[in-house]
Design a protein. Structure first.
Length: 325
């Protein structure tokens, strides 16, 4: 079994054996509706407002579609997760592409057996970047734990076993995560026998590997459509759904790419689903990923990703919304 760079072996099984019991004692096990509702209310993005381009149709290391993306907000890099060429969906093999904010490809890292890549986080670590990403893919190709991985250019890493990584929620069988760099929190989407749930932690819990109880824990509201990504800004979760449609310059419709905002204090929908027409003229326009970034000038942005381009030469296209209400 490969040890994860930056993951102390002495912390194996930390969550499985410790925090799960405290969650149960506090009534925060999988069946509970909310852990608390004390996250200070913030503004949210107005999903009905227009989107703007970050970039369109940029090359990645592989030829397959992107799955999600994340910003290292200190070192100013963008990381795009794509499916690995030649790997089956169930293998959980990913390619992480390091890019600049103009969409220029810099380097790659291959992750074997990690997961589907619906969402992940890129945390600054000095001049390096630590990726928090699902690992130990199950038979369907979804990660069963979360692992901190130091991005190392042009290398390949095999997934650790779940016992060598982190499982913040007792009894959960699948995990993904996304970061809110503005309010310094991490959102975790996890699977239980009762369905998908959402937990929110202070970012410090991931930086110190000491999770404790989540700030919020609730059942994900029912939202129709194919899940394609999620993220967190303040007291609102954002959720992306949809499927690919031609979008080749002469679209027959508007597609079905929708964004929904969810109040994490109540676990209820705040706005949406709202149809997004960002990049509507692009060929093979498939929604893939959400992320938050705040510019140096202080403007918060909700980024929406799409896999675009022809089969065998898929590209990355990313847009953003910046109107807050």
């Amino acid at each position: 079994m490969n040890h994860i760079p930056g993951l102390p072996l002495s912390r194996r099984g930390l969550i499985r054996t410790g925090v799960g019991a405290s969650l149960a004692a506090l009534g925060l096990a999988a069946g509970a509706q909310t852990a608390s509702a004390d996250v200070t209310a913030t503004k949210r993005f107005d999903l009905a407002q227009p989107s703007h381009d970050l970039f369109r149709s940029k090359d990645t290391h592989g030829a397959r579609v992107q799955q999600s993306f994340a910003f290292d907000w200190v070192n100013k890099f963008l990381f795009v997760a794509t499916k690995r060429s030649g790997s089956a969906e169930s293998d959980g093999d990913l390619c992480i592409n390091k890019m600049d904010f103009d969409g220029n490809y810099i380097s790659y890292m291959h992750l074997n057996g990690f997961g589907h890549g619906v969402a992940f986080a890129a945390l600054p670590s000095g001049s390096d970047t630590e990726l928090w990403i699902e690992c130990d893919a199950n038979s369907k190709g979804y990660g069963t734990a979360l692992a901190p991985i130091r991005f190392t250019a042009d290398t390949t890493l095999s997934s650790p076993a779940a016992s060598a990584a982190y499982q913040p929620i007792s009894g959960a069988t699948e995990y993904t995560c996304s970061v809110d760099p503005v309010y310094q929190r991490m959102i975790v989407r996890y699977h239980t026998s009762a369905g998908k749930r959402i937990a929110v932690y202070p970012l410090s819990a991931f930086e110190t590997r000491s999770f404790g109880s989540p700030l919020v824990d609730f059942k994900q509201p029912t939202i129709s459509g194919t899940p394609q990504g999620y993220t967190l800004y303040g007291s609102y979760m954002y959720y992306l759904t949809g499927d690919a449609y031609p979008g080749d310059g002469t679209p027959t419709g508007d597609g079905n790419s929708y964004v929904t905002s969810i109040d994490i204090n109540t676990g209820t929908v705040a706005q949406g689903p709202v149809l997004t027409k960002a990049g509507s003229t692009l060929h093979h326009r498939e929604p893939e990923g959400l992320a938050i970034y705040r510019t140096d000038a202080g403007e918060a942005r909700l980024f929406i990703g799409f896999a675009t381009g022809v089969e065998g030469d898929r590209r990355s296209s990313i847009f953003y919304k910046n109107a807050l209400i």
